[in-house]
Design a protein around this ligand. Structure first.
Ligand code: AMP
Length: 299
């Protein structure tokens, strides 16, 4: 079964304390789509401008990503720039140039509308709604978000959360949404907003799932060096949805393993700038780290 992914398709200029890389392939949907592609066929929905490098289209294709829903519009590709502090956790946005995203209306090709798994990666909630409106009874819909939408589009976001099977957000966003300092109290409040599955990401400290079968604590893979964490959250949720789409059996039984696989893909993402490292790994590389994580957490 395949996964439909909508989100930002961007050029990212990223600065860390030791290096600077302009105009990398980025965006929430790009990271999520590449991560999901290790496990399942992916259909990407997004928009790029005429300046979008051909080599990045080839990179999507190399991962077997279906680009029928990727529009090319006159104008510039969404450009985001961020800078990390020495601890590599704190990030400052330097620039956001919306470009063709300003007028983006996602249109789903007819063949995409019955895709069973849908990932609404980080993008304006109004656009996430627009994609969901076009879907025909999807099996499992998950959305991600960011603080910006909590600040400027909270009503749209709350309406969206009601329509989801799963909602993924990071700990500071969960705090902002619920005003709860305790992560378990926050999870409880977010369930009341609609979704059966809620996942709170805690960066290098892993993530916590709350679902019908209770909690699951998912570790992050222990990395000794982080080169660039941009897109780690998107890789996590993309990898998770890709794994879920092809796993046999019930969702409840598979979601924990799916999170572990997402966590491992996210670890590779952090080891290179943009998608540089993620696009060079194999299923065997992923399987090896999954085994290591299993060993690290069994007792
Ligand atoms: P993350 O590191 O998981 O927060 O994701 C970083 C990605 O989000 C980058 O590749 C950016 O291109 C993308 N991004 C940054 N700002 C926005 C925004 N306002 N809307 C959608 N995507 C964004």
């Amino acid at each position: 079964m395949s996964v439909l992914i909508v989100g930002s398709t961007a050029l990212d200029s990223i600065k860390t304390p030791t290096a600077e890389n302009p105009r990398l392939l980025g965006g929430s949907a790009s990271h999520a789509a590449v991560a999901a592609s290790f496990f399942a066929p992916v259909k990407l929905i997004g928009v790029v401008g005429e300046d979008f490098p051909k080599k990045y289209l080839q990179l999507y294709r190399k991962h077997g990503i279906n680009l029928d829903g990727l529009q090319t519009q006159p104008g510039k590709t969404f450009h985001w720039s961020g800078e990390y502090e020495v601890n590599m956790n704190n990030r400052r946005t330097l620039l956001t140039e919306l470009g063709v995203f300003e007028k983006f209306t996602p249109h789903l090709p007819a063949a995409h509308k019955s895709t069973p798994y849908v990932l609404l990666a980080n993008i304006a909630p109004a656009l996430q709604h627009h994609v969901l409106d076009q879907m025909q009874r999807p099996k499992f819909v998950v959305a991600d978000t960011m603080d910006l939408w909590l600040n400027i589009a909270l009503d749209d976001l709350l309406k969206l959360i009601k329509r989801l099977d799963g909602f993924v957000l990071n700990d500071s966003e969960a705090h902002q949404l619920t005003k709860e300092d305790n992560v378990f109290a926050a999870l409880k409040k977010i369930h009341k907003l609609g979704p059966r599955y809620v996942i709170i990401k805690k960066g290098s400290h892993g993530s916590i799932l709350s679902g019908p079968k209770g909690f699951f604590i998912c570790p992050a893979y222990p990395l000794h060096k982080v080169v660039d964490p941009t897109g780690a959250g998107d890789s996590f949720v993309g990898g998770m949805m890709g794994y879920l789409a092809t796993a046999r059996g019930s969702l409840d039984a598979n979601i924990r393993r799916a999170m572990i696989h997402g966590s491992v893909v996210a670890s590779f993402c952090c080891e290179g700038f943009g998608l540089n490292r993620t696009t060079k790994i194999t299923r065997a590389n992923i399987a090896k780290r999954v085994k290591e994580l299993e060993g690290l957490t069994r007792f």
